[in-house]
Design a protein. Structure first.
Length: 129
């Protein structure tokens, strides 16, 4: 009897903060160890931080960064108005990128079967609906 490939495709969406990236990446590795495919989404800045700390891309994980307008990072000491603008841009750009990604995968050979997002990105659930 042939071994059937796991058809689960997880879309993991995380904040670019290191405290969100690392646990999400560990979760992604656990999922791929079961044969699932994982698409890992974070901002360009988050992807840069991951690239600086990693030597190789784990098998079964596809990394898809999106630009939130702060590709060189965000200074959280900038004040409340700037923080509000940053979070608004992450939401706007992130939702647009996720919709495009989910639609492209739905039309392709590997549709998304599950969306998982970190605490600071509740808007990601709106894409799943």
């Amino acid at each position: 009897m042939a071994v059937q490939e796991n058809q689960n495709h997880f879309l993991l969406v995380t904040s670019p903060a290191q405290g969100h990236i690392n646990p999400t990446l560990q979760f992604a590795k656990r999922l791929t160890s079961t044969g699932a495919h994982v698409t890992f989404v974070t901002s360009v800045h988050g992807q840069k931080r991951m690239s600086n700390n990693s030597t190789a891309s784990p098998d079964g994980i596809t990394f898809v960064p999106f630009s939130d307008g702060y590709d060189d990072g965000f200074n959280f000491m900038s004040g409340d108005d700037e923080l509000h603008h940053y979070m608004s841009e992450v939401r706007r750009c992130g939702k647009e990128a996720l919709v495009d990604l989910v639609v492209a995968h739905a039309k392709g050979h590997r549709p998304i079967t599950c969306l998982v997002y970190t605490l600071l990105l509740p808007w990601a659930a709106e894409v799943a609906r």
